[in-house]
Design a protein around this ligand. Structure first.
Ligand code: PEP
Ligand code: CO
Length: 464
């Protein structure tokens, strides 16, 4: 049905078709993969009851505003930047890490706005990215077998029985840490980043190490000039943001947690997941008749779907049919993560399959998850040139197939960790040992992230 309303708190009701035979618990009638096994069911029920009574983290009008912005991105009028840690941890819910992560995302977005000449929708992978899918339920070390670490929302990484048993109290902690993160991000967005538009304060020491130093120097200067020019003519600080200029996302994997955040609101139809603006569904849990797809079908948030080489045309078309039966704009974002070596073969048939459905989608490229490898020493890493390579190919493949790449999905941090190799400083396998912090996937560091944004701008200028 047509959306006519503007997304603000006074927006009139948007009439939509509410899915039949659905309620926030109906997922329980379907096989649910990747769920924690809680030995104490009573404690779980008590925690969920409490969780369901706590205030939500986001509002329905912010969610609808994001839907509108995604619809505009689908129409080629916006570009999306989604990024953050592979997994957040309770321990890392602290001021400098949150500030630096937000800073790098905002700086990247300014480079992209300037370079692509287009507004950028910023979506953080945080304030709820606490649950991780695992290849096995159990982990064995030195003859001892314990439940796998499923993210801080379920258990602790430390390999001890007491910390690996799923603990329902962690659901409440995850909500609290998400709320703290959200609160701090909102405060920063509201006023803490006034100097963001002064590129002279950016940390750009790495530029000197880049083979493109001169070109990047010029780009940074022209970015600074154009931001100052905009400020002069509009009288407004371009670095300033409004609340709806930053959104959050996480993989909606832990269905009990997501259900407890799923609410109805006055004056809007249907149900919203008020724990995040933009939940996504991983491919491991995207079975057409699985519990996750059942859950996602009923909420009105925009939805991300991860698409890997194992997904075929029928599966993807089936997902679109179930998750967006009315072919609404702004509803579906497909995040492909093929790997640099596979994207050429696997993406084009899926682009065609989606076009055949007539369902509007926004395509994002996640160039991280298809390019994970291990060094000789067994350290999990990703090569900067492969990440960039997949992204460049993604732009070209969409163009050649009458489609458009509408954004990026990156795992990154604002710290100068050494987890991915390459980049301007040409980090080696040996460098990975210096400052490797991730317990899950390797992330681009501050410098590599900014460099990636500038390389995308460069590619764009070459006419992708
Ligand atoms: C992730 O985004 O952290 C992730 C697990 O991705 P994927 O499901 O695409 O492997
Ligand atoms: Co990851």
């Amino acid at each position: 049905m047509k959306n006519t309303a503007k997304s603000d708190p006074a927006a009139p009701v948007r009439e939509v078709n509410v899915p039949k035979d659905w309620n926030p618990e109906s997922w329980k009638n379907f096989p649910a993969l990747q769920q924690a096994n809680y030995p104490d069911r009573e404690a779980l029920d008590a925690a969920l009851k409490k969780l369901a009574s706590l205030p939500p983290l986001v509002t329905s009008w912010e969610i609808l505003s994001l839907r509108d912005q995604i619809a505009e991105a689908q129409a080629g009028k916006r570009f999306v930047l989604q990024g953050g840690d592979c997994a957040e941890s309770f321990e890392e819910c602290c001021s400098p890490l949150i500030t630096n992560r937000l800073k790098v995302l905002l700086q990247m977005s300014l480079a992209l706005i300037h370079g692509l000449q287009m507004p950028v929708v910023r979506i953080g992978r945080f304030a709820g990215q606490y649950a991780k899918p695992r290849s096995s339920d159990l982990e064995t070390r030195d003859g001892v077998t314990l439940p796998s670490y499923r993210g801080d929302i379920v258990n602790a990484f430390e390999f001890k029985e007491a910390t690996r048993i799923p603990d329902p109290q962690r659901l409440l902690q995850a909500h609290a840490y998400s709320a703290m993160t959200m609160n701090f991000v909102r405060s920063l967005v509201d006023g803490g980043f006034a100097d963001l538009h002064h590129t002279e304060y950016w940390e750009l020491g790495w530029l000197d190490h880049s083979p493109l130093a001169d070109e990047f120097q010029k780009l940074t200067e022209s970015l600074g000039q154009s931001l100052r020019f905009m400020e002069t003519i509009t009288g407004r600080d371009v670095g300033s943001l409004r609340r709806v200029d930053f959104f959050t996302s996480h993989e909606a994997l832990h269905l009990h947690y997501e259900q407890a955040q799923t609410r109805q609101v006055p004056r809007q139809w249907g149900w919203f997941n008020l724990g995040t603006h933009f939940p996504w569904i991983g491919m491991r849990t995207a079975d057409l008749d699985g519990a996750h797809v059942e859950y996602f079908r009923g909420i009105r948030n925009p939805l991300g779907i991860k698409v890997g080489p194992g997904m075929d045309r029928d599966w993807l078309s089936g997902l679109l049919e179930i998750l967006n039966p009315d072919r609404e704009a702004g509803r579906i974002v497909l995040i492909h993560r093929m790997g640099e070596e596979k994207i050429d073969e696997y993406l084009p048939p899926l682009i065609r399959a989606v076009a055949d459905t007539g369902s509007p989608v926004l395509w994002l490229c996640d160039p991280m998850h298809g390019n994970t490898e291990s060094t000789g020493d067994g350290i999990k890493t990703r090569r900067f040139r492969k990440i960039l390579g997949e992204m460049e190919l993604a732009f070209e493949i969409h163009l050649a197939n009458n489609s458009r790449l509408g954004g990026l999905h990156l795992e990154l941090t604002g710290e100068n960790v050494t987890e991915c190799t390459g980049g301007a400083r040409d980090l080696s396998d040996e460098d990975l040992k210096r400052d490797y912090k991730s317990t899950v996937d390797p992330r681009l560091n501050y410098e590599q992230s900014l460099e990636m944004a500038m390389l995308i701008v460069r590619k764009h200028r070459q006419g992708i």
